[in-house]
Ligand binder design. Structure first.
Ligand code: S3P
Length: 433
C-alpha cells in the first residue's frame, strides 16, 4: 500500500513567476464522488481531484456497488446505486483520508448490512468519537476501536437529531447530514463557526432540499439524489502553497486560473492581504453554487508585515496554517497562531512538526498547546525536513525552503500525492532559480 519514503531536494529560488491551473478541489471531489455514487443515474466530473485521498473515496464507493470509469480525457464517470449500497465483504480502505472515513460512516449508518472501515497508521490514530457520538445518538449501531478506526457499522434505521458538534468540523457536519438524508424527520446541525459548506451546496446540486440559517443547516429525510455533470474548481488549499511561495519574493507574479473561491474556504486571501500581499480576483462565476475565479498574487516590494490568526479564523484556515507558519520567519513582524488545537489531530501533530522543522532550519519559534508564535525577520538555512508522512508538512516546508540559504531535503516527499501529486512539478515550473 505504501511506497517507500522518498526524499526531495528543494533549492532556493530567486522568484516565483507564472500561471497555473490547479487540479480539482479535494473537499468538493470527495463530496461529488460520494453523492454521485449514492445517487440515481450517471454523473460526470472534469478536473476531479488527482489526490490519493479522493481515489480512496472512489474506491470505497466502487466497493459499495457504484460504477466508476475514468474516460480517456480524464473525466470521471460515476453510475450511482440509487440510494441503496451493496454490502462489502472486504473492509473499506480509507487510506490516509479522514474525510472519506468520517463522511462515508454517515452514509452507511443508515444502510442495510455490515461495513468495516479501516485506514493507514495516521488515520488509525485520529479521533472518530466525534462521528461515533452523533451517529449513536441517531440510533446507529457502530463500534469504534478505542475511539479510533477500525469502525464497524451495522446499518440500521435511524432517527433524526438536532446536533451541535463540540469542535467545528465540516466532516462531522457532513457525516450527520448524510445520515439525515436517509432518515425520517428533520436533522439539524448547528455550528458556532461556519465550516466549509461544500456538502450543503453539493447536496442541493444533486437535487436535495436543505434549509440553511445563519448558524445551522437542516435536512429532511428521506430524499433521493440525482446525478450531475460538473467541473470541479481548482483546489484553493493546494493553491495556498503557491500563493505563499509568491508572497516570499518582492517581484513575484502568479496567476491561478479557475480556482475555487467558496467564501468558507477563502480566508487565506484576507490573511495574505493583511500581510501586505497584493491579491486581485478576476472573472468570478458560479458553478453548481461554488464560486470560481482567477487569482493574481504579487508580493509587496517591502516584504510582508505581521498577522495574528485566532478564533474562528483559525478554524476556517486550518489546512493553510502549516504553510502560513512556515513563511512566518520571512515576514517582518511574525505570525501568531492561536485556537488551532485541531492541528494536533490532523494527518500528523502539525503544531509539533511545524515547530520541529522550523527549528531544524534555524528559526526561533514558540510552541503552544493551541498554536505557534513565529517571530519575523529571521534568516533560515536549508535542513533535513521530517514531513511525518503528512502531505501539508512536506509542501509547507518546500515553500519555506525557497528562501532559505542552501538546499533543503524533504523526507517523505511522496506524501504530497495525498492531495496534490503534481506539486513538485508545478513548483519547478514557477520557481525561477
Ligand atoms: C475537510 C474538513 C476539515 C479539513 C480537511 C477537509 C472537509 O477537517 O481539515 O482537510 O473536506 O470537510 P475537519 O472537518 O475535521 O475540521
Amino acid at each position: 500500500m505504501h511506497t517507500a519514503a522518498q526524499e526531495r531536494i528543494i533549492r532556493p529560488a530567486r522568484n516565483i513567476m507564472g500561471s497555473l491551473r490547479l487540479p480539482g478541489d479535494k473537499s468538493i471531489s470527495h463530496r461529488y464522488a460520494m453523492l454521485s455514487a449514492f445517487a440515481e443515474g450517471v454523473s460526470r466530473f472534469t478536473n476531479f481531484s488527482t489526490g490519493a485521498d479522493c481515489a480512496s473515496t472512489l474506491a470505497c464507493m466502487e466497493a459499495l456497488g457504484a460504477k466508476v470509469h475514468k474516460l480517456e480525457d480524464g473525466t470521471i464517470e460515476v453510475t450511482g446505486v440509487g440510494g441503496r449500497v451493496t454490502e462489502s465483504n472486504a473492509p473499506l480502505e480509507c487510506g490516509n483520508s479522514g474525510s472519506t472515513m468520517r463522511m462515508i460512516s454517515g452514509l452507511l449508518a443508515a444502510q442495510q448490512g455490515r461495513f468495516t472501515l479501516i485506514g493507514d497508521d495516521s488515520l488509525s490514530r485520529r479521533p472518530m468519537e466525534r462521528i461515533g457520538k452523533p451517529l449513536t445518538e441517531m440510533g446507529a449501531r457502530l463500534t469504534l476501536t478505542e475511539g479510533h478506526a477500525p469502525i464497524v457499522i451495522d446499518g440500521t434505521k435511524l432517527h433524526s437529531i438536532d446536533f451541535t458538534p463540540p469542535v467545528p468540523s465540516a466532516q462531522v457536519k457532513t457525516c450527520v447530514l448524510l445520515a439525515g438524508l436517509q432518515t425520517q424527520g428533520t436533522t439539524t446541525v448547528r455550528e458556532a463557526v461556519r465550516t466549509r459548506d461544500h456538502s450543503e451546496l453539493a447536496l442541493r446540486a444533486f437535487g436535495a432540499k436543505i434549509a440553511r440559517a445563519q448558524a445551522s443547516v437542516s435536512i429532511e429525510g428521506p430524499q433521493t439524489l440525482r446525478g450531475i455533470d460538473a467541473v470541479v474548481p481548482g483546489d484553493l488549499s493546494s493553491a495556498a502553497f503557491f500563493m505563499c511561495a509568491a508572497a516570499l519574493f518582492p517581484n513575484s507574479g502568479l496567476l491561478l486560473d479557475s480556482l475555487g473561491l467558496n467564501p468558507t474556504r477563502a480566508a487565506l486571501l484576507d490573511v495574505l492581504t493583511a500581510l501586505g500581499v497584493h491579491i486581485a480576483v478576476l472573472n468570478l462565476e458560479e458553478v453548481h453554487a461554488e464560486l470560481v475565479g482567477t487569482v493574481q498574487v504579487s508580493a509587496p516590494a517591502g516584504g510582508m508585515g505581521s498577522t495574528e490568526i485566532s478564533g474562528s479564523l483559525a478554524a476556517q484556515l486550518i489546512d493553510e496554517l502549516p504553510v502560513l507558519a512556515a513563511i512566518g520567519p520571512y515576514t517582518s513582524g511574525g505570525i501568531r497562531i492561536r485556537d488551532a488545537k485541531e492541528l494536533r489531530v490532523k494527518e500528523s501533530d502539525r503544531i509539533a512538526l511545524v515547530a520541529k522543522n522550523l527549528r531544524a532550519m534555524g528559526a526561533e519559534v514558540e510552541e503552544f498547546e493551541d498554536g505557534l508564535d513565529v517571530p519575523g525577520g529571521q534568516t533560515l538555512h536549508g535542513a533535513t525536513i521530517d514531513s511525518g508522512g503528512d502531505h501539508r508538512i512536506a509542501m509547507a516546508f518546500s515553500v519555506a525552503a525557497l528562501r532559505a540559504e542552501g538546499e533543503t531535503i524533504i523526507q517523505g516527499a511522496e506524501s504530497a500525492a495525498i492531495s496534490f501529486p503534481e506539486f513538485f512539478n508545478l513548483l519547478d515550473l514557477v520557481a525561477e532559480r
